[in-house]
Design a protein around this ligand. Structure first.
Ligand code: HXC
Ligand code: NAP
Length: 282
């Protein structure tokens, strides 16, 4: 679909790049010629993802960083610049999420998710945006949201994430206008369900729920990582230069069948909620 040099010469920072969709996008961007810098809290997945990129002939480095901490993000972006020669592209992909009945969550649980998703996205965007503006060099930002943000519907049972992702979409569209004069463009992708360990372990209440979710999907299948990675590559490529402030949904038509991906957890029996809550407290 793409020429192998599509992203040649590009230096891309991916938050949450050591696992799941971030890792898959990192591998794809490296294949298309980009140099990668990956950030996350845990070193092991970051090192493994960098090794995988290098083994495939690409270039990658990493920094351990909690995106909730702005000073740590500033240090991380300095490391990323030093390792790559200057980051020109940011993929805000790091996230936190869990299913819970909202009346049972604590303010700290809300803060944990909003801190990662909304503040983390703002921190990385601000740290790099300031540098790009000062250097007059332009830049590219891609934010990963969800269909419960792009639909405007939100979703029950993932309230902190729904609030945070809606904020990320507002950030995307607001800065797309404000920073266009600096040749910085911002877009978002709203993925439907794409199997990853991080999401599946936190968002599926039980094994049979996965099949139920698939059966209810218009295409009867989940997304493939390469489908998302190719869309992301297009949105970061120079060929999509005039796409700015857009949010592209990639969900096989799922949200059109009923917005608010997790609203049907209303059918989850009290006993299953109690099992989940007990398991978490062990
Ligand atoms: C209720 C919960 C909870 C749960 C944690 N908490 N899990 N409350 N139900 N299942 C509460 C804790 O009790 C604590 O509050 C507070 O949240 C912070 O929890 P910690 O474990 O101390 O925080 P931390 O280590 O920072 O972990 C953050 C996290 C965790 C968000 C809770 O899940 C995480 O690290 N996630 C990162 C990866 C991730 O979530 N990936 C999935 C993204 S998928 P108290 O008051 O007790 O201190 C995604 C896709 C959506 O976003 C769409 C899919 C189709
Ligand atoms: P994932 O593998 O759990 O990815 C989340 C990543 O964020 C991890 O690498 C994690 O690494 C990092 N992270 C979490 N908290 C962090 C923090 N405080 N500082 C820095 N990094 C942090 O899950 P995923 O499914 O691939 O999700 C990737 C993105 O896609 C997220 O934005 C998610 O909301 C979005 N999304 C996923 C789906 C899906 O179906 N999978 C659907 C819609 C949207 P550490 O834990 O090591 O920090």
């Amino acid at each position: 679909m793409f020429e192998k040099t599509l992203l040649a010469g590009r230096n891309i920072l991916i938050t949450g790049g050591g696992t799941g969709l971030g890792r898959s996008m990192a591998l794809r961007f490296a294949e298309l010629g980009a140099k990668l810098h990956l950030a996350g809290r845990r070193e092991e997945p970051l090192r493994e993802a960098c090794d995988a990129i290098r083994a495939a002939g690409g270039a990658a480095s990493y920094s351990c960083c909690d995106v909730r901490d702005f000073a740590a993000v500033e240090r991380m972006t300095a490391e990323a610049d030093a390792a790559t020669g200057g980051i020109d592209t940011l993929l805000n992909n790091a996230a936190g999420n869990f299913i819970a009945r909202t009346e049972r969550i604590s303010p700290n649980a809300f803060n944990a998710v909003v801190g990662i998703v909304l503040h983390g996205t703002f921190h990385a965007t601000l740290a790099l945006g300031r540098k790009w503006i000062a250097a007059g060099r332009g830049g590219n930002v891609l934010n990963i949201v969800t269909t419960y943000a792009s639909s405007g519907a939100g979703s029950g049972y993932v309230l902190p994430s729904a609030c945070a992702k809606a904020g990320v979409l507002a950030l995307t569209r607001s800065l797309a206008v404000e920073w266009a004069r600096y040749h910085i463009r911002l877009n978002a992708i709203a993925p439907g369900p794409f199997p990853t360990e991080g999401a599946w372990s936190r968002l599926l209440p039980s094994g049979d729920w996965e099949q139920r979710w698939k059966d209810h999907h218009p295409m009867k299948r989940f997304g493939r990582h390469e489908e998302l990675a190719n869309l992301a590559a297009y949105l970061l490529a120079p060929q999509s230069e005039y796409v700015n402030g857009e949010c592209v949904v990639i969900d096989g038509g799922q949200w059109l069948r009923g917005a608010g991906e997790f609203n049907n957890l209303a059918e989850l029996p009290e006993s299953v909620w109690q099992q989940l809550e007990t398991a978490r407290k062990k």
